[in-house]
Design a protein around this ligand. Structure first.
Ligand code: PBG
Length: 322
């Protein structure tokens, strides 16, 4: 008697029956960039992605919804003239992001809208926290983040996603949302967010590269996995509703650890650099973009992610439908 694992692989029906992991469009979140004006501006290092006008954004969102994609994560691209050290534009109720959120909720009501809380898209310093005398001031940043979250919830955001990695910001955001009456608005905490070089294309898209220094005093050291569990415990205690690990594939071990440490939904962010690598290799004829994208996303699910933020969400959903 020879054990024969191949017996379970004999036919498509058998393989489908014993498959351990499913990837559906309802597990995917499409990040999109929005800008003011009527033009859509392609992003060179992210082929297939653009800074979209609000009209273009609504059109993409409709496409995502029609393919069953669960939601979109929205990032505003602002001109330098609107950036200042305190990221003041982030709390302007008539700013680009609130207008984009309102348009989405009016035009594509079923689609979840997730907004990012951090100073960087609005900051003339390009940092996620407030820079005072060349240093990131953690505690002075918290009220700015909390006010930004309330502005986004007031515009209609379903889920607020603090991506700044300041200590204590989940509690600060939760308290501010509750005090403003937004008790039903959920928080997706970027819980284990690493100081990664894979964010390069995203910073091109928003022109948000730090003007000085780097993000290593707040984002995690790529060498550390156990430290992620400390962040998990804090974010759970502070009131997070989802925990996110970022980047994705290079951190699959961290996703697995976080999955085993929490009962909250776990999200993975397949980041801009991961997307750019697939697109660049495909453009050279070296990899099949669609096949490698679906495999990457399936592997993130297998590692333990319940849901995935990916620039390829719409592309993947189209493949899964067809
Ligand atoms: C910033 C933020 C970043 C991303 C999401 N929110 C970049 C950074 O920390 O510099 C990266 C996303 C990506 O690379 O796809 N708050």
């Amino acid at each position: 008697m020879l054990p024969r694992p191949r017996r379970n692989r004999r036919s498509p029906a058998l393989r489908a029956l014993v498959r351990e992991t499913e990837l559906g469009p309802g597990r995917l979140i499409q990040p999109l960039f929005v800008q003011d004006g009527i033009a859509d501006t392609p992003i060179g290092s992210m082929p297939g992605q653009a800074r979209l006008s609000i009209a273009g954004l609504v059109e993409r969102a409709r496409e995502a919804a029609s393919l069953g994609v669960a939601g979109i994560a929205l990032f505003p691209a602002l001109p330098d003239a609107l950036k200042d050290p305190r990221g003041s534009e982030g709390t302007n109720p008539d700013g680009l992001l609130p207008r984009a959120v309102s348009a989405l909720k009016a035009e594509v009501p079923g689609l979840l809208v997730i907004t990012d809380v951090a100073l960087d898209p609005y900051s003339s310093d390009g940092h996620d926290g407030l820079v005072i005398d060349g240093r990131i001031d953690n505690d002075a940043t918290l009220p700015l983040l909390a006010a930004m979250a309330v502005t986004q919830a007031a515009a209609g955001a379903d889920v607020i996603a603090p991506s700044d990695m300041m200590d204590g910001r989940i509690a600060a955001v939760r308290e501010a949302l509750d005090a403003a009456g937004f008790t039903d608005v959920a928080i997706c905490s970027y819980c284990a967010k690493y100081a990664s070089a894979f964010y390069g294309p995203f910073r091109d898209a928003l022109d948000s590269t730090p003007r000085s220094g780097d993000k290593k005093t707040y984002q995690m050291d790529p060498a550390n996995a156990r430290e992620a569990l400390r962040e998990v415990r804090l974010d759970e205690a502070e009131g997070a509703d989802w925990l996110l690990v970022k980047p994705g594939l290079p951190y699959a071990d961290v996703i697995r650890m976080v999955r085993e440490a929490t009962n909250l939904p776990v999200a993975a962010y397949h980041v801009s650099g991961e997307y750019a690598m697939l697109r660049a290799a495909a453009a050279n004829g070296w990899l099949d973009y669609e096949a490698c994208l679906l495999e990457s996303l399936l592997c993130l699910r297998r590692a333990g992610a319940d849901l995935i933020f990916t620039y390829g969400a719409i592309d993947a959903a189209r493949q899964l439908a067809g």
